[in-house]
Write a protein that binds this ligand. Structure first.
Ligand code: ZN
Ligand code: ZN
Length: 319
């Protein structure tokens, strides 16, 4: 980008524009403040040379951003719990509901979502709730075998016989069932997701103006620029470093306030650049700003501000 010095509008041009606008909006007031009794009022007689008492050259920096409010937080979390823990969790549901206004939302940005609740069969016990094994009491035989002593005849001859009966632990099956330690005997585990609340996304365009002139029109100028940025000529920059190094030669004048203003705008710009919900949507504009301090014949003081180059500028006044 070549170093082009921007031409600031001269006082007469600014004053002329202000005069034309003022006569259109309130002719009576103009006549009262600038007219001479007995003479026919002529706008030509109202000159900058006569009424502008002082001027100051300032600058303004402008850029616009787009901010997304209610951007969906990223990532999901999954939980796997035992059955008795499920009713202890609080679930949320947004099914069939409209998106949530973030300003009205009380709660976390991510919540356990009812629709994601799923039953998963326990792997450890294959969904049976128990582990089947050999009965420890009967060693898997289903029977208990014991020695039975019989004394026979007069001489009580001792004789041993085998006595076998079904195992009372496994009911004679030889197998026993032990509660599965993973699922606590509930056969399943329960899985659910902690999902972002479906917030309504609101994208707003925000104009950002920083000026060294300390006018009361900042908000108004900001709004105007947001709508008619093409109506005003400024010097455009793609990055702030460039603006910092070229501001003074581009404007052709300099003061402490301008330097401070550039610093402030630069740090705001940096903040917006880092904000993941914000997006800078325009180039950075540097505008010459002329502040004119005026006084009418009646002694009424007022100010006129111009913003822009000699080619295209806007004016503001508290007249
Ligand atoms: Zn047994
Ligand atoms: Zn299990």
């Amino acid at each position: 980008m070549p170093d082009v010095r921007i031409k600031t509008p001269n006082l007469d041009e600014i004053f002329e524009k202000w005069k034309q606008r003022s006569i259109r909006s309130d002719k009576k007031k103009m006549e009262k403040q600038f007219g001479t009794k007995g003479a026919i009022f002529s706008l030509d007689a109202v000159s900058a040379a006569e009424y502008v008492k002082d001027t100051q050259k300032e600058a303004a920096i402008y850029f616009a951003i787009k901010k997304t409010v209610g951007a969906v937080p990223k990532g999901t979390e999954e939980k796997i719990v035992l059955a008795p823990r499920v009713p202890r969790e609080t679930f949320y549901s947004f099914k069939g509901k409209s998106n949530v206004n973030k300003d009205n939302w009380k709660g976390d940005d991510k919540v356990p979502t009812y629709e994601t609740l799923q039953t998963i069969s326990c792997k450890n016990c294959s969904g049976k709730g128990y582990i089947e094994g050999r009965c420890k009491t009967c060693k898997g035989t289903g029977k208990i075998e014991e020695k039975l002593t019989i004394l026979s005849g007069e001489d009580q001859k001792k004789e041993d016989k085998l006595f076998s009966y079904p195992c009372g632990v496994c009911y004679g099956t030889g197998t026993s069932k032990e509660q599965c330690r993973d699922c606590g005997g509930h056969k399943n585990m329960y899985k659910y997701q902690i999902l972002p609340v479906p917030f309504k996304t609101v994208v707003t365009g925000i104009p950002v103006l920083t000026s060294s002139a300390q006018t009361r029109y900042e908000k108004e100028i900001e709004r105007d620029l947001h709508q008619m940025i093409e109506e005003v000529e400024g010097i455009r920059f793609n990055d702030f470093k460039d603006l910092e190094s070229k501001a003074e030669p581009s404007l052709g004048y300099w003061n402490k306030n301008i330097k401070k203003t550039i610093g402030t705008a630069g740090s705001d710009y940096k903040t917006y650049s880092k904000d993941k919900d914000a997006q800078i949507t325009t180039q950075i504009y540097l505008f010459p700003m002329i502040q004119m301090f005026c006084e009418t014949k009646k002694g009424t003081k007022f100010e006129i501000y111009s913003l822009g180059s000699a080619n295209k500028f806007m004016i503001y006044s508290n007249f």
